[in-house]
Design a protein around this ligand. Structure first.
Ligand SMILES: Cc1cc2nc3c(=O)[nH]c(=O)nc-3n(C[C@H](O)[C@H](O)[C@H](O)COP(=O)(O)OP(=O)(O)OC[C@H]3O[C@@H](n4cnc5c(N)ncnc54)[C@H](O)[C@@H]3O)c2cc1C
Length: 554
């Protein structure tokens, strides 16, 4: 909590060039790009960073093959360019992955036509990925026997990018970058009100964790509240050319469905002829997503949603046992904030899935507010750059963009890390053969911070032990998270900095004594309060996680 306290102190009565509201991907890249170019920036989110839409994505960095169906060639070209740029900047965090689409007899497109589409996608994608190979039924059967090929006429393969960890952790990497460039950033800080006084914004902020209220002032505001941007603009009396509508999407996390070692995304057309995917997540598979019009940004996965996806997947895969409700380890649910023009009429009439996924950035020069409508994780670098241009236009001087506010450290730094890790035989500490080498994992997750982790392990080899049985987190990772990842609540770590809540069954979490140590490292003397908060009450904390003395009393 020390990191957060320090940042709250800087915000209290602080004076900034820009206050960024919303710590999803759009707010995080904005803060990183502005701070990286010398602006003084404050970034707040009323929940944890990436607690809303940006933790519910498919984790794909992609050009949107399916948008070709809507003939959105320019959008696909732009997204592919953003994808290629991100894949180059994050070679360890974003990996190229093959999408393997089996087309059955009911599919909307014949394999030759879909194959043409895959080739076109590769060309529009500026040849940024491997060339799509031809795929036939025999090859599908050979390479992925888990696909039910009884009705399959053929297939296609094309390539895009996958975030190896998760979307929320990727968002946090931009928050870290903003912090390292001098921004003040705090999670669980809500904007209560903002008024214009003597040419500046005076913002009343509330620390949601403690209830304290304080004031900060800024010359400009960036409204990056995702699904809530219209609400904020209305409160400030701003009118805009665009507004947001919501499309709900869910994912189910289940035990790994693919039977081969091939690391691929499987793509299928569902009964409504919409593409959905089976996406790898370590030793799990993620099935999704759906696309349903909703009127509120607050949604949850319903039993009908789950039944629909399970039915779709069971009809298309040749599994030893059909998937059932009991196989669902976790679900993810969110709304895509989609942009429409104000006055474009009643959107309930349009085909929801055909609404464009473009973002729009609007500036109100009189009120000095920049609003980001919509967007995708994939397009984040463009958003960061476009917002910076608008802020500069409002008279905030920015340094030249050297593009050093994003990306992984240089290849030479990585090579030095790998050398040091090899010399100390880091990978020998791995206890589970089916997990990735520790060298890769620590570098990808922590970048330069991983050097200090090697020091800590050299000093105390117990730092390289897994803390929670099936969760794949070393003790040293917890210490790093406690110091530098602004973990305020236990769920911030289990759901967003890590993906424990997504990949470890709830029963395993509840019976893991290691969770207590996780809380103690992260929160020290506050561990019991945070555990009770995580489980929903003191009396709901499972026996395995309670302090030993509490067991004796019980
Ligand atoms: C199901 C699904 C699948 C997707 N898959 C992909 C994909 O594979 N690839 C891809 O590129 N994109 C994908 N997307 C799109 C992408 O996830 C979103 O476009 C993106 O996350 C939106 O980010 P954001 O920052 O605009 O919004 P958010 O992440 O929602 O962030 C807005 C933040 O503002 C905060 N906030 C709101 N009001 C206040 C206030 N008053 N004070 C303080 N904070 C406030 C909220 O707490 C929230 O954290 C997907 C989206 C969904 C729903």
């Amino acid at each position: 909590m020390k990191l957060r306290d320090a940042h709250l102190r800087r915000m209290r009565d602080g004076t900034f060039d820009t206050l960024v509201i919303g710590g999803g991907i759009n707010g995080a890249v904005t803060a990183a790009s502005l701070a990286g170019r010398g602006a003084s920036v404050a970034l707040i989110d009323r929940g944890d960073f990436a607690n809303f839409t940006s933790q519910a994505s498919s984790n794909l960095v992609w050009g949107g093959f399916k948008y070709l169906e809507n003939l959105e060639f320019y959008l696909v070209w732009t997204l592919c360019r953003s994808r290629n740029r991100l894949m180059r900047a994050y070679p360890d965090n974003i990996k190229e992955i093959a999408f393997y689409a089996a087309l059955d007899k009911a599919a909307r497109y014949k394999p030759w036509f879909a194959g043409l589409g895959a080739f076109g996608y590769w060309v529009i994608g500026q040849f940024g990925t491997k060339r799509p190979p031809l795929l036939n039924r025999a090859k599908i059967e050979r390479e992925e026997p888990a696909i039910d090929t009884s009705n399959v006429r053929g297939g296609i393969e094309y390539h895009d990018g996958l975030l190896v960890d998760n979307d929320a952790r990727f968002v946090f990497s931009f928050v870290r970058s903003a912090i390292e460039a001098g921004a003040a950033a705090a999670n669980y800080v809500e904007l209560v009100s903002a008024t214009r006084e003597a040419g500046r914004w005076v913002a009343r902020l509330r620390d949601v964790d403690s209830g304290d209220e304080f004031t900060t002032t800024a010359s400009t505001i960036v409204n990056a509240a995702g699904p809530f941007v219209d609400e904020l603009n209305r409160e400030w009396g701003l009118s805009s050319e665009h507004r947001i509508v919501y499309s709900k999407g869910i994912h189910l996390v289940v035990p790994r469905l693919t039977t081969t070692d091939h690391h691929k995304v499987l793509a299928f057309f569902d009964d409504t002829q919409r593409l959905f995917y089976v996406i790898p997540m370590g030793r799990r598979s993620v099935i999704g997503t759906t696309d349903t019009r909703v009127d509120s940004p607050f949604t949850e996965t319903t039993e009908d949603d789950i039944e629909f996806l399970l039915e779709q997947i069971n009809a298309r895969m040749d599994l030893d046992q059909p998937l059932s409700r009991g196989d669902v380890i976790a679900d993810r649910c969110g709304v895509r904030p989609l942009v429409v023009k104000v006055g474009a009429g009643d959107q309930s009439e349009v085909d929801w899935t055909k609404l464009s996924r473009k973002h729009a950035i609007e500036v109100d020069p009189a009120q000095r507010v920049v609003t980001i409508f919509g967007g995708k994780l994939t397009d984040c670098l463009n958003v960061g750059e476009e917002v910076a241009e608008q802020i500069e236009g409002l008279g905030i001087p920015l340094e030249e963009d050297l593009h050093n506010w994003f990306g992984e450290p240089a290849a030479a730094t990585r090579a030095e890390f790998v050398r040091q890790a090899r010399l100390m035989r880091l990978d020998g500490f791995r206890t589970k053969a089916d997990t990735e080498p520790l060298t890769d994992r620590l570098w990808r997750r922590y970048g330069r911070r991983a050097f200090a982790m090697l020091d800590a392990i050299r000093e105390d080899p117990a730092m390289a032990e897994d803390v929670m049985g099936s969760a794949d987190y070393l003790r040293v990772e917890l210490h790093t998270a406690a110091q530098s990842e602004m973990v305020t609540k236990l769920e911030d770590f289990t759901r967003r900095r890590s993906k424990i809540d997504l990949v470890v069954p709830r029963a395993d979490i509840e019976s893991s004594p290691g969770l207590r140590e996780v809380a103690e490292i992260l929160f020290g003397t506050d561990a019991d309060r945070r555990l009770a908060e995580y489980f929903g009450g003191d009396d709901l904390v499972p026996a395995a996680v309670r302090p030993p003395s509490a067991d004796i009393e019980a």
